[in-house]
Design a binder for this molecule. Structure first.
Ligand code: HEM
Ligand SMILES: *[C@@H]1O[C@H](CO)[C@@H](O)[C@H](O)[C@H]1NC(C)=O
Ligand SMILES: *[C@@H]1O[C@H](CO)[C@@H](O)[C@H](O)[C@H]1NC(C)=O
Ligand SMILES: *[C@@H]1O[C@H](CO)[C@@H](O)[C@H](O)[C@H]1NC(C)=O
Ligand SMILES: CC(=O)N[C@H]1CO[C@H](CO)[C@@H](O)[C@@H]1O
Length: 510
């Protein structure tokens, strides 16, 4: 990407005049300061940078790809500058371990994106807090009420019910072309909203478009969260101009989204606050938050973060997996065979799921090639420290390119071929112990939703495979399916996956 298109894409052309004047002055200050202060020694290697924007022009729309290319030239740990921001990118298991394990304590802070810097909300953030007391107690609450084995068991009926709606819908719509992403997203969104509020927030068949607005606002919020090029945080001196009106715009969106559950909160607050209330009556995560005395701001922030972190990522995993099943008939057949042999009841039980070794290998292979969060969420260095004998400066923004590691020929045979067999009889897992496969990250910031996300992915893939045959419309050739991706908070397909479903002939379990 050249500089003019970089400026254009970021709407920087307008303040260019003010910008250049201000930056010129600041640059002179900076350079003078740099001469007198000692420069940071021993940074990881990296490409040369331009004045002012640094390496921003080298990032592009698919940062996971451009950063992987830079790593090929400059090594597994590189340093860059985005504006005034130091950036470090790890692209090998050794570098990832250095960051997420050896120096986990110093490198697990966060930088709050401009859009999310909302004074009433940000003190209650799990995702954007440094590893402090707020972060600890929110994670503890989520683990106990949402992600523990006990919680997963308690939610399994709900999960099945939402999945049942999806299956019914696909049965009814047999032979029609379906945009699967939308359906899977709705299923996962409603599963979570029932766990939190005891209520669907999206209509499954949104014929009247009444809920479209919630979906659109949610997507817009998610979009803000996924920006790697957060201009505000690269040029702090420009922040007061609120360059894109980003912050104001986001707050409006937040308010729109919060309005969808405002009444539910008020209703339950009265209930939980009444003298008749006893803890056994708690049915939802909302009830638990109210029992813990959460304010509306606390609830809104928590709920929004769960939706943002949990729905898009899980949807993307399922859609890439279905894409690979369309492209690889032999993989699909093996999966069908395993389901036939190992699941003989109408409902798939947790115990049965745990015995589906081919499904598990398939999911690992899918995470290897399509990690939904290709650069993890950016970490920040709370202290200057050393990784692989290089120094990582305090306040540096840190990315771990798990996408690049999944496709590295030094780590995998035939890295670009989709081959679940490579994980059969292998101990390699994605739970944060094996640094070549880190779709959920590792260390103290590892995704707390892992058990819940995996359960959804397993259950949806197993059920849809058992119930339906699916394929591309108009006899399109699966080997020609567009595999391009689009970077956001979750790496999704660039073109939507449109499929035709057909109910399988005999249900063996009937
Ligand atoms: C396949 C599904 C999922 C994937 C691949 C995934 C991946 C990730 C990744 C890579 C991170 C960042 C780790 C880091 O900063 O180093 C993360 C954080 C997080 N995820 Fe997930 N996630 C998934 C599902 C979920 C679900 C279902 C939920 C909740 C309902 C969830 C909630 C969170 C939260 C709250 C964080 C922030 C944790 C923190 O900052 O301490 N995730 N996830
Ligand atoms: C935790 O950190 C966040 C920002 O990183 C801050 O807003 C919040 O107030 C902190 N909580 C505590 C208890 O210090
Ligand atoms: C909760 O109950 C107390 C007394 O029972 C009352 O003073 C308070 O206003 C109630 N709070 C809410 C939010 O209803
Ligand atoms: C770091 O330096 C130490 C001693 O100076 C050396 O033993 C070690 O091999 C170096 N590590 C790397 C990754 O270069
Ligand atoms: C897979 C998936 O649901 N992707 C969605 C994630 O959020 C963005 C937000 O803009 C949507 O555009 C995607 O469709």
């Amino acid at each position: 990407m050249d500089i003019t298109s970089f400026l254009r894409d970021n709407n920087l052309a307008f303040p260019l005049f003010i910008l250049s004047t201000l930056l010129f002055i600041s640059l002179i200050f900076k350079q003078t300061k740099l001469i007198f202060s000692k420069a940071i020694k021993n940074l990881p290697p990296g490409p040369p940078r331009l004045p002012i924007i640094g390496n921003l022009h080298q990032v592009g729309d698919r940062p996971h790809v451009s950063l992987a290319k830079l790593a090929q030239s400059f090594g597994p740990l590189i340093s860059l500058r985005f504006g005034t921001q130091h950036v470090v990118v790890a692209s090998s298991p050794e570098a990832a371990m250095g960051i997420l394990k050896t120096q986990d304590r110093h490198l697990s802070s966060r930088i709050v994106p401009t859009a999310f810097q909302q004074a009433p909300l940000i003190p209650h953030s799990l995702i954007w807090s440094e590893c402090n007391q707020t972060w600890k107690s929110l994670r503890t609450l989520c683990r106990a009420e949402l992600f523990s084995a006990k919680a997963l068991e308690a939610h399994s009926r709900l999960r099945e019910e939402k999945l049942g709606k999806l299956v019914d819908f696909l049965r009814r719509e047999q032979g029609r072309v379906i945009d699967v992403e939308d359906m899977v997203f709705t299923t996962l969104f409603n599963t979570l909203s029932c766990i939190i509020f005891g209520k669907d927030l999206l209509d499954f068949e949104d014929e009247h478009g009444t809920r479209d607005e919630l979906k659109a606002s949610m997507h817009a919020v998610i979009e803000y969260g996924g920006r790697v090029k957060d201009v505000g945080s690269f040029f702090p001196m420009l922040e007061r101009f609120d360059l894109h009106g980003i912050r104001k715009g986001t707050m409006k969106l937040f308010d729109k989204v919060f309005a969808y559950w405002r009444d539910i909160i008020e209703e339950r607050r009265v209930e939980v606050n009444s003298s008749r209330w006893s803890s056994e009556q708690a049915q939802t995560f909302l009830d638990r938050m109210l029992e813990n005395g959460f304010s509306n701001n606390q609830i809104n922030q928590m709920v929004m973060e769960l939706f943002v972190a949990g729905t898009n990522t899980t949807t993307s995993t399922v859609i890439w997996a279905m894409t690979e099943l369309v492209r690889h008939k032999e993989v699909m057949s093996k999966l069908e065979e395993e389901l036939k042999n190992k699941v003989n009841t109408e409902k798939i039980t947790n115990f049965q799921l745990s015995k589906l070794t081919y499904l598990q290998a398939f999911i690992k292979e899918n995470f290897r090639l399509h990690p939904p969060v290709p650069l993890l969420l950016p970490h920040m260095a709370a202290e200057t420290c050393e990784v692989m004998n290089y120094s990582i400066p305090k306040n540096a923004k840190i990315f771990v390119n798990v996408w690049a590691m999944g496709r590295d020929a030094k780590l995998w045979d035939n890295p670009l071929s989709f081959n679940p067999e490579r994980f059969i009889d292998s101990k390699l897992d994605f739970k944060g112990q094996d640094f070549e496969l880190l779709p959920f990250g590792s260390g103290r910031r590892i995704c707390p939703g892992l058990p819940s996300g995996i359960k959804s992915v397993e259950l949806i893939l197993a059920s849809l495979t058992r119930e339906f045959d699916w394929g591309l419309p108009n006899g399109e050739d699966p080997s020609k399916l567009d595999m391009d991706d689009k970077f956001g908070i979750a790496l999704k397909r660039k073109t939507p996956l449109k499929l035709i479903f057909k109910k399988k002939q005999a249900s063996e379990y009937a």
